[in-house]
Structure formats: C-alpha cells, structure tokens
Design a protein around this ligand. Structure first.
Ligand SMILES: [Zn+2]
Length: 264
C-alpha cells in the first residue's frame, strides 16, 4: 500500500504519492563545495501528485513505474495503487524516465497529457537518437516509445499557461528544455510543484549552483533554481518537489548566501 499525504490548498486537495526513493551516485552531483561531506550515494525521494480541483483529478507525473527498477529497485511503487480510471488529466513536469515510466504497460484511458511544447519537441526530434552517445540511447528509446503512445492525446503548451480550475503551468527550464512547474491556487492559497528544479535537499538549497548529471543545461538550471528560491522565499509560497524526502512540501527561507528548506 503506497503511503500518501494530503494537503488542502483552498478548495483543492493535493495528495502526494510516495513513489519510493533513489540512491543516486554522488558523481551525479557536480561542483559540490569541498566542505560538504557526501556518502557514496545521495538518497533522494520520489514524489508524484494527484490534484483534485473542481471536478478534475489531475495527476502530475506518473512516477518511474517499472522503467528503472532494475537499477533502482526502491522506485515505482506508487503506480499499483493509483486509480487510473479516475484521472481526468495528466500533466508532465518533464519527460525523464522517473516521471513518465508509469505509462509503460499501463492503460491510462483517454486522459489528455499536458506537456510544454519545447519538452515534447526536444525528446521527439527525429535526429535525437542518432545524435545521442551509445550509453544514453536506451533512455532516449524509452522516452520516445512512451511519446509514441501519447501522440494522439498530448496537449502542447507554450510558456506560462492557465490550465483551468486554479491550475497553471510555470516554465522552469534548465533541467530539461521544457521543464515546468505546476501551480495549484485556490481561495488565496497556493502551492507550486517544482518538479526537478531541485534534486537534493542537502545540496541545492544551500548551493543552487551545484550541477546534476541529467540536467540538459546546467547553467540555466542553476539560474532557474536561484531565481525560484528567491521568489518563493520572498512570497512565502509553499513548494513541493519530486526528489525532496516524502512528502516533499514546505517553504524556502533565506539562509546566509543560500537558502534552506523548511518542510511542512
Ligand atoms: Zn526526476
């Protein structure tokens, strides 16, 4: 039975699903300051969200499903317990395997799948597979296989977009070309789901410049991260992120030259 956590945002309900966790090799993190001690692996969470807003049930990301279980056996847990029939829409923060793997081998009915256009066009570009180094080809093949199955119901969006019922897509580029957050707003309250704009709680709040091996554009990812932290620290808006420890929601506060995460 998957562990869940419910949050009330005005009249909308956000349920966080625990999709397990990843023990990432420390080598995935680049430019870590010398005074920071890391173990051989860096544990991170794996969260996904089901938003109930008006009469919609909007799933944000599908988790990794079985896509990564050979290498990361503690992931993909959430899918078995999610009632797929009840989902009216799916929004993807981006198209990495740990966010779309849940589509593999699962019938999600006709629910439209909302994706930022730059994200979709990057991963489905005809020349991408050939241009990818051999060791990364399986990842591209998996993403393109999922994309093929979604092609008839994907809804592509440009920039910041109102998705209705208090939900909106917020561009947070860098991790991937079309990486996006999802804002849930209702009754004067809001929560910004930031996907993979942060990976490690211990590293990224204090040192937003620390890179991550899977970032498409590390400089832009770092810039987006710092801008986002400054904005939500100033506004007090709550955030939620995929790889923060479950349930992965809280506020950001200024802390010296960086920031810190205060879980709620
Ligand atoms: Zn991720």
């Amino acid at each position: 039975m998957t562990i869940t956590f419910r949050m009330q945002i005005g009249a909308s309900t956000v349920t966080v699903w625990n999709d397990g966790h990843f023990d990432l090799p420390r080598a995935y993190f680049l430019g870590v300051p010398e005074n920071v001690e890391l173990g051989e692996t860096v544990p991170v969470g794996a969260n996904l969200w089901l938003i109930e807003a008006a009469d919609r049930r909007v799933l944000v990301d599908t988790g990794s499903g079985q896509a990564l279980q050979a290498r990361f056996p503690a992931t993909g847990a959430a899918l078995a317990d999610l009632s797929k029939e009840a989902v009216t829409d799916i929004v993807l923060t981006h198209m990495h395997a740990d966010h779309i793997g849940g589509f593999l081998g699962n019938d999600w009915g006709d629910a439209p799948v909302h994706v930022a256009r730059p994200e979709w066009e990057f991963w489905t570009a005809p020349g991408l597979l050939e241009a990818t180094p051999q060791d990364r080809k399986p990842m591209i093949e998996m993403i393109q296989m999922v994309a093929l199955g979604l092609a008839d119901r994907v809804v592509l969006h440009e920039g910041a977009v109102d998705l209705g019922d208090g939900l909106s897509l917020v561009p947070l580029p860098g991790h991937t070309p079309g990486h996006s957050g999802v804002r849930v707003a209702s009754g004067g309250e809001s929560l910004l789901i930031i996907g993979d704009a942060v990976i490690s709680e211990d590293l990224h709040f204090a040192y937003p410049d620390v890179g991550y091996a899977l970032e498409g554009d590390p400089a832009l990812a770092a810039e987006t991260r710092a801008r986002l932290f400054a904005e939500v620290a100033a506004s007090g808006e709550r955030i939620a992120a995929t790889h923060l420890p479950f349930p992965g929601a809280g506020r950001v506060e200024k802390d010296g030259d960086g920031w810190r995460f205060v879980a709620t």
